[in-house]
Design a protein around this ligand. Structure first.
Ligand code: WTA
Length: 654
């Protein structure tokens, strides 16, 4: 655990605390007694949360943990997720409330009420059925941030067809492997998306992927940008096919453990893991956390989560949590700098956003751009700010609070993962006196510990591995098609705990500080990318013999990808500069632009142990311009000198 120890020793010392104002505390949804309730009767507490949803059949048992790590929550209960997110709000008299305030990047706007959303979801559900999709069939969604993406997800949920949303920035190859792994029958996409003033076409990647995926019977295409598309026999236009369907659809209730979605995330090997989530427990926890952590007031709040639906944050806090709580929310299609660097603040002002949920990488980018952009807008509607995706450094936290939050908004730093499905560690905004940079403590109902290598729980002032000590309702139910990998990855280091892969520390007051990943997973702008995935992409290029990839600290993106590459014999004399550019682009083509290395360094050797394991720690020292650490376990200690000498003479970036 030497790498982890190094990370753990880099703990920020932060003594400032910010208690909620008396006004905020008085009106908060969650009061301190929530912790007491959960502590007194954890399962009873979760049953109460679950019963806030509409069940067709009540559950007979809260948790079946007789076959760990395979949990069953709310056993015997049946419900429909889309009904809970849409129909029930219309039935309770809120059909005219706006559910989605959509804003396209070019400035087009569309308000969708809950009644209209019900019609759209019903038509889409009928369309999916007409395309032969039945409960249990997998549907891949590869779409921009538009209303139809939300409608597509809800339509799948409505008919019990698990969706697998693939981030629209992923390459055709990444899309193909995900369609293939899930044997999806249908792909829902769009012609293109608006990005930074340009139309980026999406359909060609789908065409390429589907060409080698025999499981796919149809491709449903939303016309978003009107760009030219190639049309094949499997293709169906959304505006023709979905629009012609009946807006009536009777939802069917599904078992609490019916699969709701698969979402692929990077693990420590090259093959992404299809994280499986199910129905009742997931919806319970996203709804509970969304209501209590964001303090949502459906009558008055305008909620905005800036994530993409391609990530779990978009699933849990754009689609399922907010809609189950009858939120009114903003969805924005484009980038923060289109047409200018004040776009987000312009959106906050015009839509009167009250709750904003975003990522530290975005906050640091805005810090860099300068205070004048937020300061040119009236942000006084904001009353709560959230952060997710990576540790937020105290400077960014303080800036967020001061410049965006006007020193009046509580900040909630929420720790969770694709695997946890919903928030696990976070302040309660009306209760917790927060420390800048700390996610503070486990939410009521959640069990967290920090343990040493032997699995022994550590006390205040000690750093170690973050584990979850109790099953939780939104926990992943497995890895699609690979239960052994599920057990090996999360439950084998200490069988009694879920191992999250993060380092953490309790400070002297018992507040939790997250310290980043302790495995070979990088966190680039809040996106998880495994070092192995990028290495496999690099070695798939004909000129690369071997590659080692590390995440190096980066001021804006948290970590940046730095690759060390050995070229194949005969190519070593090639023009290094253009090859570096070629390799960076090759990774973007193989995985997607988010995985493009910041730097590719051509080296003559890689540092390896006698058993052939690459010592990434030493490469990280180089990437972060530190003096090189302990290299005594290297098979050939002279290698590091060779690498350093080679770098001085080679160009490392384009
Ligand atoms: C990291 C995103 C520190 C962590 C919801 C975790 C965080 C991984 C935080 C999951 C936070 C997420 N503070 N680190 N508030 N939130 N992380 O699956 O390393 O995309 O394991 O889920 O992001 O990333 P994922």
């Amino acid at each position: 655990m030497s790498d982890a120890n190094e990370t753990l020793s880099n703990l920020a010392h932060e003594n400032r605390t910010f208690a909620p104002s008396a006004e905020f505390a008085a009106q908060a949804n969650a009061k301190a007694d929530l912790y007491d309730q959960a502590e007194a009767d954890r399962l009873g507490f979760w049953a109460t949360q679950a019963r806030g949803l509409d069940w067709e059949t009540d559950f007979a048992e809260v948790l079946d943990w007789s076959n760990p790590p395979f949990a069953k929550w709310f056993v015997g209960g049946t419900l429909n997720v889309a009904y809970n997110c849409v129909d029930r709000h219309v039935h309770s008299g809120h059909g005219d409330q706006v559910a989605i305030r959509f804003e396209g990047e070019p400035g087009d706007q569309r308000n969708v009420t809950y009644r209209e959303l019900l019609g759209e979801v019903s038509k889409a559900a009928n369309a999916l059925t007409a395309l032969g999709i039945t409960a249990g069939d997998r549907v891949v969604i590869y779409m921009p941030m538009i209303v139809e993406a939300v409608v597509a997800m809800l339509a799948c949920a409505r008919i019990g067809a698990p969706h697998s949303v693939v981030f629209a920035g992923f390459s055709a190859e990444a899309l193909r492997s995900r369609i293939d792994d899930a044997s999806a029958k249908l792909v829902i996409t769009a012609d293109g998306q608006n990005r930074r003033g340009n139309v980026m076409s999406l359909k060609p990647a789908v065409d390429e992927a589907v060409a080698s995926c025999p499981s796919v019977n149809s491709v449903l295409v939303v016309k978003r940008c009107g760009n030219d598309v190639t049309w094949g026999e499997k293709d169906v236009w959304w505006h023709e096919f979905v629009e012609s369907q009946s807006p009536e659809h009777t939802p069917q209730a599904f078992d609490s453990e019916h699969p709701l979605f698969i979402l692929y995330t990077s693990g420590t090997t090259g093959k992404p893991k299809g994280i499986l989530h199910t129905t009742g427990g997931y919806l319970t926890q996203v709804t509970y956390t969304h209501r209590n952590v964001f303090d949502l007031k459906p009558e008055t709040d305008v909620f905005w989560c800036t994530a993409d639906i391609g990530w779990v944050t978009g699933h849990s806090y754009i689609v399922y949590g907010p809609l189950a709580n009858r939120a009114t929310q903003v969805i924005y299609e484009g980038t923060p700098d289109a047409p200018a660097k004040d776009r987000w603040w312009d959106i906050v002002e015009r839509h009167g956003v009250t709750i904003l949920y975003t990522a530290p990488t975005a906050i640091r980018t805005f810090m860099k751009w300068g205070d004048e952009f937020p300061e040119s807008h009236d942000l006084s509607s904001l009353r709560l700010l959230g952060s997710v995706g990576e540790p937020i450094n105290p400077e960014a936290w303080i800036w967020y609070r001061r410049v965006i939050g006007g020193d009046r908004c509580p900040i909630i730093d929420t720790w969770w993962q694709t695997e946890t499905g919903a928030m696990m560690i976070s302040p309660l905004p009306g209760v917790t006196a927060t420390k800048p940079g700390s996610a503070m403590r486990a939410l009521p109902g959640i069990g967290v510990a920090i343990v040493d290598d032997a699995g022994s729980p550590l006390g205040n002032g000690s750093g170690g591995f973050l584990v979850l000590t109790e099953p939780w309702p939104a926990m992943l139910r497995g890895i699609w098609g690979d239960n052994q990998r599920f057990i090996d990855t999360y439950w084998s280091k200490w069988p009694q705990y879920y191992f999250a892969g993060d380092g953490a520390k309790f400070d002297d007051d018992g507040a939790i500080w997250l310290l980043g990943r302790v495995d070979d997973v990088m966190n680039v702008s809040g996106h998880r990318i495994s070092t192995t995935e990028v290495e496999s992409a690099l070695v798939s290029h004909p000129s690369v013999a071997e590659a080692a990839v590390v995440g190096a600290a980066d001021e804006t993106t948290g970590q940046a990808i730095v690759a060390f590459v050995i070229l194949r014999g005969g190519l070593e004399g090639a023009d290094g500069t253009s090859l570096v550019a070629t390799l960076r682009n090759h990774v973007a083509t193989e995985i997607g632009p988010i995985a493009k290395p910041r730097q590719v360094m051509i080296v003559p050797e890689l540092p390896k142990t006698r058993s052939g394991k690459i010592l990434r720690r030493l490469l990280q020292d180089i990437a972060e311009h530190r003096s090189i650490g302990d290299s005594t376990t290297l098979a050939d200690p002279a290698v590091m000198n060779l690498i350093s000498a080679g770098l001085e003479s080679s160009s490392t970036d384009d």
